[in-house]
Design a protein around this ligand. Structure first.
Ligand SMILES: Cc1cc2nc3c(=O)[nH]c(=O)nc-3n(C[C@H](O)[C@H](O)[C@H](O)COP(=O)(O)OP(=O)(O)OC[C@H]3O[C@@H](n4cnc5c(N)ncnc54)[C@H](O)[C@@H]3O)c2cc1C
Length: 428
């Protein structure tokens, strides 16, 4: 058995690690010069940044298991915070430290700061109704319509549901799938308390996750080819020929772990490619902008992660408090919005102005860096058809955050899809 994994993002690496662990010979082909895809670190002015500030949660069980398998110490890799959502000067939800799940959240909602009694009860009623329904909808719908049906007051939506939806689904509330949002709530709020913990990376994503996974693959007999764009896959005998950089290699199995918009080209030479690619061709995509602002070293935030409302900034993270890069703040702007119309320079100016308004003691920053990922994730809309990992083509599998599953486009979704592919291959 020789498996080609095409794409060295979280999905491809998860598949390769799970296969290498079982002694299967894998080759990972990655078009870029480094592994990681949409979750990678980069150097800028002597600092380690990420292509996008990532936030993980305790419910990412497969990711945490994969990290453990690869020998990564999650306690050192993350700052683990009991759930606390802060919208600066507006709202604060703190899960109870004493009560077990899900009472810790319900109690947190009852005591949420910044909401009236009526608003707290509305949020609480919704959580109880969801729990009673097993977080299942009879029919998926847009989250905005769902929240209106459950009479969620404007402030509860603005301070709680909307920021959670943008952070988890990267899709505006009016368009987002209510069912996928409920899946995330179910897994993070209703099972064990640690599922709701926020896991904030203490180093850049390459150092934290990607490079250790790559090392694991190599030390378990696998190969990683960087700068190796696969240009065609063809059926050959019982297996596949994989073409890249004027070379061709033969494999018994293939896992295509590329973004959905790369799939049609990659599968063009395969006979039954239509079904898998047709579903992806109708996808829309949503951007994520990350704006890094370097202040003098003495600057730090009162909490590692703070939400802002009313402007472009959605979340601001204190990288100094997380990874020791003093004075470095990371701003996250998820999903589409008016910020896309601004030049990067104008956006940075707006962000710096919004930060100064929120935290008047901030001095002038030294530099800033805007990273725009225009197709950061697929738009997670209601009833989206997502291709399964198993395809119509024997021994050919799809991995990626967009493939069938409960989760939106997240590291956990990507990892789960990769592990599913590995299990299918091992079972075959
Ligand atoms: C800015 C940003 C912020 C995010 N924030 C979060 C967050 O806070 N929490 C969270 O859980 N998730 C977050 N995500 C989502 C998460 O990063 C993705 O869901 C995950 O990384 C997707 O992994 P993947 O392996 O499915 O795809 P990708 O990472 O896109 O991997 C696909 C790989 O295939 C390679 N490739 C493509 N074509 C070829 C070819 N022909 N030959 C060889 N290689 C090829 C690409 O170079 C790429 O490396 C964020 C994403 C972005 C962009």
């Amino acid at each position: 058995m020789r498996v080609a994994v095409i794409g060295g993002g979280c999905a491809g690496l998860a598949a390769a690690v799970a296969l290498a662990e079982r002694g299967v010979f894998v080759t990972v082909f990655e078009a870029a010069k480094q592994l990681g895809g949409r979750a990678r670190g980069l150097n800028w002015k002597g600092k380690r940044l990420d292509n996008g500030q990532h936030i993980l949660i305790g419910a990412y069980r497969d990711t945490l298991r994969l990290m453990q398998m690869a020998g990564i110490d999650a306690d050192a890799a993350f700052m683990r915070l009991p759930l606390q959502l802060i919208q600066h000067r507006q709202f604060r939800l703190r899960a109870s430290a004493r009560l077990p799940a899900p009472l810790h959240i319900l109690c947190g909602l009852l005591r949420a700061e910044g909401l009236s009694h009526r608003e707290r009860l509305a949020a609480l009623r919704l959580m109880i109704a969801l729990r009673l329904s097993g977080f299942r909808l009879k029919q998926d719908e847009a989250l905005g319509a769902f929240l209106a049906r459950y009479r969620q007051p404007e402030r509860v939506t603005r301070c709680l549901w909307e920021p959670l939806c943008l952070a988890a689904l990267n899709t505006p509330v009016a368009q987002a799938s209510a069912q996928v949002f409920l899946n995330v709530l179910r897994d993070s709020f209703s099972k064990t308390k640690s599922d709701s913990h926020l896991l904030l990376p203490r180093i850049d994503l390459s150092g934290l996750l990607i490079e250790p996974l790559g090392r694991y693959i190599r030390t378990h007999g696998g190969e990683i080819r960087l700068g190796a764009t696969v240009t065609a896959i063809r059926r050959q005998d019982e297996g596949f020929s994989v073409e890249y950089a004027e070379e061709t290699q033969h494999f018994s199995h293939v896992v295509a772990a590329v973004s959905p918009f790369r799939l049609p080209d990659l599968l063009a030479q395969l006979p039954q490619q239509a079904q898998s690619t047709r579903q992806c061709e109708s996808y829309d995509y949503q951007p994520i902008y990350s704006v890094y602002v370097q202040y003098p070293d003495s600057v730090h935030l009162p909490f590692p992660m703070i939400g802002l409302t009313g402007g472009h900034v959605q979340w601001v993270l204190d990288r100094g408090g997380l990874d020791g890069q003093a004075g470095l703040l990371a701003v996250v702007i998820s999903a589409e919005g008016p910020h896309q119309k601004l030049t990067q320079e104008a956006l940075a100016e707006e962000i710096i102005r919004e930060l100064a308004l929120a935290f008047p003691e901030l001095p002038q920053p030294r530099w800033h860096k805007v990273i725009a990922e225009k197709r950061a994730t697929f738009a997670c809309t209601p009833n989206l058809e997502r291709p399964t990992q198993k395809t119509d083509i024997a021994n050919f599998y799809l991995a990626g955050d967009y493939t069938a599953g409960d989760y939106p486009a997240t590291i956990e979704g990507a990892v789960r899809s990769g592990i599913t592919c590995a299990k299918l291959i091992l079972a075959s």
